[in-house]
Structure formats: structure tokens, C-alpha cells
Design a protein around this ligand. Structure first.
Ligand SMILES: [Zn+2]
Length: 196
């Protein structure tokens, strides 16, 4: 498959989707390694403020998905999120299937009501709880993010561990804030230089 950039003779290596405020800005394109790098660099150097709803939580800030890159060869792709009302960027690795689920969640496909995320929401509500937000709150010893889904039951906050990409899809599908702890947002910049 050829790169979708006009006149580019290279083979496509990744599939990219650009998103703003939880809606598709530009539908998926297949692009080559060179154009993937250029697109990534253009996002990394773009200092505009992120769109989205604010949410108050001590020690954390809301972020929104802006760019999905999925690897056609089965390697890890990338998801890039931008701070709501700010310029900070955070990214994390994402498998092809995770990127596809995220894309579907943004499209708001009816398929979503049967996914594990929608099921989790129903289970929590079935037990009398209410989902509050998704929080990336830790970077593990291998440099990968860890996330939790936070829900409220009888005035008590409880947490369920979730993959960051699943947590982001859950947030998008169910209208929850997607939060990144300030510690992780700061540390992710050190890590982003060495680990994509
Ligand atoms: Zn190209």
C-alpha cells in the first residue's frame, strides 16, 4: 500500500487519525515512515492549547486525544494527548487493536455498546456506583504508563486498574474526563526522549 501523501512513492507503514475535542478531524490515512515522522514532529512542536472540558482534580489535569498512529507491521503505535487549556503533551505506546478500539470510540460506533468498556460502565452502575474519571497515575519500572478507572460508591472512591489505551477509550465512550497526574506529565517528558 502506497503512502496517502500526494506524490509520495513510499510504502505506508502506519495508519494515522487526527482528533480534536473527541471528534475526528481527519479520517484515517495510511502513511510512510518519513511522513509519520514529519506529522509527529509537527504535533510535538505545535504549541497551541488543547480543546476539551475542564475537570478539577487535585494533582492532575485533563488531557484529550489528538493523534493516533497505528503500526501496520504489528509493532507498537502511539497515542498523543494534549492538556486541556494548556500546551503539555503526553504520549504512550499503543497496539494496533488498541488504536482501532480508540478510533471506534471516537467515531461513536454502535458497536461500542458491546465492548468491554461499555460493559464495565454498566457493571459499576449495576453495583450502585458511578464512574468519575480515568486517571493515568503511574509510570512503572519499564517506563510504561499505568491507569485506573475511578468510581464513586456510597461516598467512597474506588479504583479499577485499566490499560491506558482502554482507559482513554472508556473515557471517550462514556463521556468521562481523562486525567493525567502532574507527576506523570512531568516525568513523561524525560521518558519520551528515549522511549516511544
Ligand atoms: Zn509518504
Amino acid at each position: 500500500m502506497r503512502c496517502d501523501f500526494k506524490g509520495c512513492p513510499n510504502d505506508a507503514v502506519s495508519r494515522v487519525v487526527e482528533i480534536r475535542d473527541r471528534a475526528v478531524l481527519r479520517h484515517d490515512r495510511a502513511i510512510c515512515a518519513h511522513h509519520s515522522d514529519l506529522l509527529w514532529q509537527s504535533y510535538a512542536s505545535d504549541s497551541r492549547k488543547g480543546l476539551g472540558k475542564m475537570f478539577e482534580l487535585a494533582g492532575a489535569t485533563p488531557f484529550e486525544l489528538e493523534l493516533l498512529m497505528a503500526d501496520y507491521q504489528g509493532g507498537l503505535g502511539k497515542a498523543l494527548v494534549r492538556q486541556v487549556g494548556g500546551q503539555q503533551l503526553v504520549h504512550f505506546p499503543i497496539a494496533y487493536v488498541g488504536a482501532s478500539i480508540l478510533y471506534q470510540s471516537v467515531l461513536g460506533s454502535p458497536y461500542n455498546q458491546f465492548t468491554i468498556h461499555a460493559v464495565l460502565k454498566k457493571v459499576v452502575e449495576g453495583f450502585g456506583g458511578e464512574l468519575s474519571h480515568v486517571l493515568i497515575n503511574r509510570i512503572n519500572s519499564e517506563g510504561y504508563f499505568e491507569a485506573t478507572t475511578v468510581f464513586l460508591k456510597e461516598d467512597q472512591l474506588s479504583e479499577v486498574r485499566i490499560l491506558p489505551s482502554d482507559g482513554l477509550a472508556l473515557a471517550i465512550m462514556t463521556g468521562l474526563p481523562f486525567m493525567v497526574s502532574d507527576d506523570v506529565a512531568i516525568r513523561s517528558h524525560e521518558i519520551s526522549r528515549v522511549k516511544l
